[in-house]
Design a protein around this ligand. Structure first.
Ligand SMILES: Nc1nc2c(c(=O)[nH]1)N[C@H]1C(S)=C(S)[C@@H](COP(=O)(O)O)O[C@H]1N2
Ligand SMILES: [Mo]
Length: 521
């Protein structure tokens, strides 16, 4: 046999080998998704590996993802993962073509790795590894068969037996195309059915929360309705979302329980009805993420319906010596909140079940989450809550603490320009510069605006709803053509001026005054 010709043929078939690898990986994932749909809904290998990646990636990568993609960070993680899997699968295909069983070995190793990441998840069910195991078998068999056909095609070209080569070629392509098409339909179909048939969305829709015993009176002038400003209440669909949950936990309020344990005289377990039966009141609280850069949008205001956490903790009687509550979610996330913040009668730390007139949306923690005024979300706002462990900062560590963030983190007072936007030039003449400012638990006393390094001018504030809610502000200005610099800063009711010195979001929140541009035609 002419070996140089053999080598050329082999190389020419590499792209086909790569396709065989990708098709096999697709079959692996598709079969796994199908099995997940049938017997272990939490067993999707893609979501399992994705969640594992979320937990192990370094802090800078996570920050980059949140800053760059915001609430779409998970979509981009999945796309990145897909591209990575595609490249690895193509390589496995070429390996398998050149050396039988080596490519299969790569697939098996990937399968074992994703089984490992699935079974070590905090919330894994006993069968969570089955979809990946069965998927690995399916993908490996397919890769073995495809590579075998490809080698047969290669041999008939090298012989050369052109008639057989044409047949082998057609046979391989037909096999690969059919397998690929089936994998695509089955995989996407199973995932879509898995997501859309989650009965929790229906249960939530049908859930009727009792009317609140008390509501918050919204004073006239609290919502200035200036075009382009953040509305007083952020609509649920526009509310920022930040969490480590790649797939939103599905929790049925019928079976949900909250355990209060740790350093308590009496361990307590509450059902959803027990909680709601304690009586619901309305609270207006502005939530803020520690990852919010000055001028950023990881902040939102809502009307929450809930029960004070101090009433729930008192059922269990925390022991002296405890100084922290470690709250835990169904997916294993934890937050450390000072016990004193949760027992303070003057602070409305709540377990929320309602948000802006609806049960909590699934992504915002259905059926029960924490909301604590004045503390960043990562140390207080646990969604999909399942446990409150009374403990100490010395004994327990929350999710973000070993990842570069402080164990305690009060929200830093801040202010933001909403309008005019930097990317939209305005017409000259009378203009309203407007935005929001927040200093939860204290309240905003003043907002000042500076244009083109002139004097600081007092903005007009909206009527505050309470000290836990943001306020709106505006300043009327006669815009002249050209580009202008605008800066904003707030002062809270303790007389504290917003910190001028910029600092990054880690370890406990950004500082600095927002400076932005206004372009006037
Ligand atoms: N279970 C769970 N709860 C969580 C988180 C999380 O990752 N998992 N993230 C926290 C963070 S960092 C913030 S800022 C808030 C955001 O709440 P939202 O998504 O409803 O706006 O939720 C908090 N609660
Ligand atoms: Mo956050």
């Amino acid at each position: 046999m002419d070996t140089s010709k053999f080598t050329t043929t082999r190389r020419r078939l590499w792209p086909w080998a790569a396709i065989a690898g990708v098709v096999s990986a697709g079959a692996f994932l598709a079969v796994a998704e199908l099995v997940a749909l049938l017997i272990a809904r939490d067993g999707s290998p893609i979501l399992g590996v994705g969640s594992f990646v979320i937990d192990i990636v370094p802090q800078w990568a996570k920050e980059f993802a949140i800053q760059t993609f915001g609430s779409n960070d998970k979509l981009f993680l999945l796309i990145g993962l897909g591209v990575g899997i595609g490249i690895a699968a193509a390589a496995a295909g070429v390996l398998e073509f050149v050396r039988p069983l080596i490519g299969v070995a790569v697939l098996v190793v990937a399968g074992v790795a994703s089984v490992a990441s699935a079974v070590t998840r905090a919330a894994a069910t006993p069968f969570a590894s089955l979809p990946t195991i069965i998927g690995t078998v399916a993908g490996s068999v397919l890769l073995y068969l495809l590579a075998q056909r490809l080698r047969s095609w290669r041999d008939s070209v090298a012989e050369p037996d052109m008639q057989r080569a044409a047949l082998d070629r057609r046979g391989f392509i037909r096999f690969a195309a059919t397998a690929g098409a089936i994998a695509l339909v089955v995989g996407v179909g199973a995932r879509v059915v898995n997501v859309t048939s989650s009965s929790i969305a229906g249960i939530r829709k049908a859930l009727k929360l009792p009317a609140p015993r008390s509501t918050v009176t919204i004073p006239a002038g609290a919502d200035l309705r200036i075009p382009g400003i953040s509305p007083l209440f952020t609509a649920n669909k526009d509310f920022y979302r930040v969490d480590t949950a790649l797939s939103v936990p599905s929790i049925d309020p019928e079976t949900w329980r909250l355990t209060i344990d740790g350093l308590v005289d009496k361990q307590v377990s509450l059902s959803f009805d027990d909680l709601v039966g304690m009586g619901l009141d309305e609270y207006v609280i502005t939530l803020t993420c520690v990852s919010n850069e000055v001028g950023g949008n990881l902040v939102g205001n809502a009307k929450w319906l809930g029960v004070p956490i101090r009433n729930i903790l008192s059922l269990a009687s925390p022991r002296s010596g405890a100084d922290m509550v470690l709250s835990r979610s169904a997916d294993g996330f934890t937050a450390s909140t000072p016990l004193s913040s949760l027992t303070d009668p003057g602070l409305n730390a709540i377990l929320a079940v309602g948000m802006n007139g609806e049960p909590l949306p699934l992504e915002h923690g259905f059926p029960v989450r924490m909301v604590v005024p004045g503390l960043y979300g990562y140390v207080s706002a646990t969604k999909w809550l399942t446990e409150l462990k009374v403990t100490t900062f010395a004994a327990d560590t929350a999710y973000w603490t070993p990842r570069g963030y402080s164990a305690t983190a009060p929200i830093k007072l801040s202010s933001r320009v909403d309008t005019p936007r930097i990317n939209k030039a305005i017409d000259p003449g009378s203009t309203r510069i407007a935005g929001v400012a927040w200093a939860q638990t204290v309240g905003i006393a003043a907002v000042e605006v500076n244009i083109d390094d002139g004097d600081w001018q007092q903005a007009t504030l909206s009527t505050p709803v309470n000290q836990d809610s943001w306020v709106q502000w505006y300043l009327d200005w006669n815009a002249s053509s050209g580009t202008h610099y605008v800066a904003v800063r707030a002062t809270d009711k303790n007389g504290k001026l917003q910190e001028q010195e910029p600092s990054p979001i880690a370890p406990n929140g950004s500082t600095g005054w927002q400076k932005t541009l206004i372009r006037v035609n």
